[in-house]
Design a protein around this ligand. Structure first.
Ligand SMILES: *Cc1c(COP(=O)(O)O)cnc(C)c1O
Length: 433
């Protein structure tokens, strides 16, 4: 079961049992940069992008990578070099994309709670398209564009009301979720956009969730978007030239069949034939998830209340997915050797009972000082990391065809509080009564 996951990540073992990523011994990286550390395989990211792009070759399309999955500049640079644009959900992500060399015109700004400050900044920096998620946002965007004297390309993110077979925290496309404009308000939103000379209504968009394994929600959602486009045309709104299908394509964490881009293209291609529409695709996880591992060192073994614990130096602040989504990540030793298997909880050092990487898992009986790799950590790993327990953010490393380099050094402890003021009232002016 583990073999396909290793293959997805570009991992192999040498004759001494050492785990290699693209020919580089991961133990060497761990020794030099320390642990915990994220390591990404550039070739896997390229292969995933190329496979998706090739599968959709028969459909006019553009790919906007969802930066929130992994916003490391080295990762963004790889995708930019392949021609990707970016899907962003904050101004911080916009600056990341720009810093990596992605043109502002190739950026789509998504998100349910963009503030007036966000919208002004995005317009000022020349973002290519803004996908609005409510009538209120549309009105605000029109007012800001008018005030700035510019014209803005907009998409309406529709909530297509489709159900998905994923973790409830990863479902975004059903009626009861906070995302998107409800179907019965899309016409009003489109009329408002069409009546605003400063807005150019270009796209209908959706994003139905994440880690989705089958094509049905995409087909159902796109059908709804096509129907809406027809309704809008019947009302004289004919400016829509793009359907944005979002991302969410599932990968294999424990042997699931990943959503093959070829199957997806086959299922939705016919819907778009002869429509003259361009398809926008916003993959995040599927491009980077399998490409990354989190390296961690075993600190202690202990036996509590009849249970085995393996305590490692990576915690929920470094990789939140197990505790936040009950996510399953396979864990392998960096140096394979003959030894017994134990059933243990793999836990971190954070002071929370919810701080675990795996529960009740059959694992090799590793000893303190040994190194482990958590697989499938390339997406929603580092980007969800925090400084909880005043723990510095881990290092990030890029491996590419036998070479490796640090893209982001481990955060230093001093950086955690460098901007804090221990006596904020010392220089404050007295409060007037
Ligand atoms: C998060 C997100 C994506 C990417 O989702 P993945 O599951 O990582 O592919 C795409 N589009 C939008 C609008 C998003 O919010």
């Amino acid at each position: 079961m583990i073999e396909p996951l290793l293959r997805d990540a570009g991992l192999t073992r040498d004759s001494a049992g050492e785990l290699l990523m693209a020919g580089v011994r991961l133990a060497d990286i761990a020794r030099q940069v320390g642990t915990p550390a994220y390591v990404y395989n550039a070739e896997v990211i390229r292969a995933q992008y190329r496979r998706l792009d090739a599968a959709f070759a028969g459909i006019p399309h553009r790919i906007c990578y969802a930066v929130k999955a992994n916003g490391n500049l080295a990762v963004l640079r790889i995708l930019r070099d392949l021609g990707a644009g970016a899907d962003i959900v904050s101004i911080g992500e916009l600056h990341r994309a720009l810093a990596a060399g992605i043109a502002a015109g190739n950026v789509v700004f998504s998100g349910v709670g963009k503030t007036a400050v966000d919208l002004r900044a995005a317009i000022g920096l020349g973002v290519g398209q803004i996908n609005v998620e409510s009538l209120g946002e549309l009105e605000r965007l029109a007012a800001i564009a008018r005030e700035l004297g510019t014209r803005v390309a907009v998409g309406i993110r529709v909530n297509p009301d489709v159900t998905t077979d994923t973790h409830p925290y990863m479902a975004t496309g059903s009626r009861a979720d906070k995302f998107g404009v409800p179907l019965d308000q899309v016409m009003a939103a489109a009329r408002l956009a069409a009546a605003s000379p400063e807005l150019e209504l270009k796209a209908l968009a959706m994003h139905v969730g994440s880690q989705i394994g089958d094509v049905d929600p995409y087909r159902a959602g796109l059908r709804r978007l096509l129907e809406l486009r027809e309704q809008l045309r019947a009302h004289g709104i004919g400016s829509i030239d793009t359907l944005d299908m979002g991302g969410g394509f599932g990968i294999s964490y424990r042997g699931e069949t990943p959503l093959a881009p070829e199957r997806l293209a086959e299922a939705i291609g016919p819907l778009l034939e002869n429509t003259g529409l361009t398809l926008a695709v916003e993959p995040g996880r599927s491009l980077v998830g399998s490409a990354g591992v989190l390296l961690t060192e075993v600190v202690y073994r202990k036996h509590n209340g009849g249970k085995e614990f393996i305590i490692v130096d990576a915690g929920m602040n470094d990789l939140l997915r197990p505790s936040h989504y009950e996510a399953h990540h396979e864990v392998v030793e960096l140096t394979a050797r003959e030894r017994p298997t134990i059933v243990a909880d793999l836990v971190g050092p954070v002071c929370e009972t919810g701080d675990f990487l795996a529960l009740g898992r059959a694992l090799p009986a590793v000893e303190p000082g040994e190194l482990l790799a958590v697989l499938g950590a390339g997406a929603y790993g580092f980007t969800m990391a925090s400084n909880y327990n005043a723990r510095p953010l881990p290092a990030e490393v890029l491996v590419d065809a036998g070479r490796w380099g640090v893209s982001r050094p481990r955060q230093r402890v001093e950086q955690l509080f460098a901007s804090e003021e221990p006596e904020p009232l010392a220089s404050a002016s007295p409060q007037r009564s």
